[in-house]
Design a binder for this molecule. Structure first.
Ligand code: SF4
Ligand code: SF4
Length: 393
């Protein structure tokens, strides 16, 4: 019997043109063909067709992929690299060929129970809100320790009674449990722009975490979110995290539109903030520009922050976060980040803010503070639009 990926013709669409090589961060780091999209596809195809025995080298090169999806939009043959990687990772985990780190396995289990996960991370929220950031990936911020985003949104909705479009917000697992100040800022900015916000109570993790690790659980989580979102009478589901937004798009399409919250705000015409000092460098999450194929964060939204802004150099290139890559492959992730963040040493502006729209990219950028010689802040663009919320120091 042939391999399922061959049956679906997924592995045979590559025409070996090599257009994907130069956008691939692992190929650029190593110059190794096997560490490129084309090389990985060839290894998987040869193995699936029975011409290559199961080989530790294939396992290694599969594990090296960041999952940034930069290879997809440049591919003239339309190779569905992300789908192939997701299925291959899952197969490799099931067969014991890829071993997600224990902390990732634990987190993948924990996020299936949002109430428990939120309760378990309450001490971490408390530490952050007191100004303690015990890990380089944990960026500064002051999350509410006890009030959930759902309760906060209900309170603000009753107070301000917006009358505009109605959206359902994905609050996420790590975002809500650890970085919920970004969710609170999102609710404030939406309501401030006359948008009605609904937080589906029964929503769960988007499943992106399980896609990245190859662990079981994606189908159950997608089904849970279909039950939570689809019965709602809303104009769109919105997400403030590019990776979660991509996963939610796969889950709800074609039954409900899913939009990145900044994209949505750009379309309705957002209120502008007063001009402010400092310079914002905008980095674009891979899962926004490659995964969701978005042109990026709308210029009108960035103008509305009141800051002077510009795109970071190579803004569409991966920062090394890759969802879980900076945990699973910290050395590679740091090498990618070191190259990408070097411009900050010479960047103009005081203060300097590195802004993006994905909390896991923010974590990765925060860890660049030990690579860059001058101080800079990390912020989500939604925080720059929020009059009540200062970007992280
Ligand atoms: S997903 Fe990113 S790291 Fe992986 S092969 Fe494609 S470009 Fe390279
Ligand atoms: S760009 Fe597409 S077709 Fe060309 S080598 Fe890469 S994966 Fe294959």
């Amino acid at each position: 019997m042939s391999h399922p990926l061959l049956e679906k013709d997924l592995l045979s669409t590559c025409v070996h043109c090599g257009f994907c090589l130069e956008v691939c961060p692992t190929y650029r780091l190593t110059g190794d063909e096997n560490n490129s999209p084309r090389g990985r596809l060839r290894l998987w195809r040869e193995e699936a067709a029975g011409r290559l025995a199961r080989d530790p080298e294939t396992d290694f090169y599969t594990s090296e992929c960041v999952g940034c999806l930069a290879c997809e939009p440049v591919c003239p043959a339309g190779v569905a690299y992300g789908d192939i990687l997701e299925q291959t990772r899952h197969e490799h985990v099931s067969a014991g060929r890829f071993h997600p780190k224990p902390e990732l396995r634990l987190a993948a289990q924990a996020v299936r129970y949002p109430a428990l996960f939120n309760a378990a991370l309450a001490p971490a929220r408390a530490l952050r809100s007191l100004g303690f950031f015990p890990h380089p990936l944990i960026f500064p911020g002051r999350p509410h320790v006890t009030e959930s985003t759902a309760a906060y949104a209900r309170r603000l909705m009753m107070l301000h009674k917006p009358t505009g479009p109605r959206v359902a917000l994905l609050t996420g697992c790590l975002m809500e449990a650890m970085f919920r100040e970004i969710n609170f800022a999102t609710v404030r900015v939406l309501i401030d722009n006359n948008i009605q916000v609904v937080i589906p109570d029964e929503q769960g993790c988007c499943g992106a975490f399980h896609e990245h690790t190859g662990l079981d659980g994606v189908d159950e989580l997608r089904e849970q979110n279909r039950r939570a979102f689809l019965p709602l009478a809303v104009d769109a589901a919105v997400s403030n995290s590019a990776g979660c937004g991509l996963a939610l798009k796969k889950t709800l399409a074609p039954d409900m539109p899913v939009r990145d919250v900044l994209e949505f705000l750009g379309e309705i015409g957002i209120k502008a903030r007063e001009p402010r000092g400092g310079r914002v460098y905008v980095d674009l999450p891979c899962h926004l520009v490659h995964g969701q194929r978005s042109p990026g964060i709308p210029a009108a939204v960035l103008d509305a922050t009141g800051y002077q802004w510009e795109l970071a150099p190579c803004a569409k290139d991966c920062c090394g976060s890759g969802g879980i890559y900076n945990i699973q492959k910290p050395k590679n992730a740091r090498e990618i980040l070191a190259k990408k963040s070097a411009f900050l040493n010479e960047a103009e502006g005081d203060p300097i803010i590195l802004a993006t729209s994905n909390h896991v990219c923010m974590m990765q950028w925060n860890s660049a503070k030990s690579l860059v010689k001058r101080p800079f802040r990390v912020a989500h663009v939604i925080q720059l639009l929020d009059p009540n919320c200062r970007p992280s120091k």
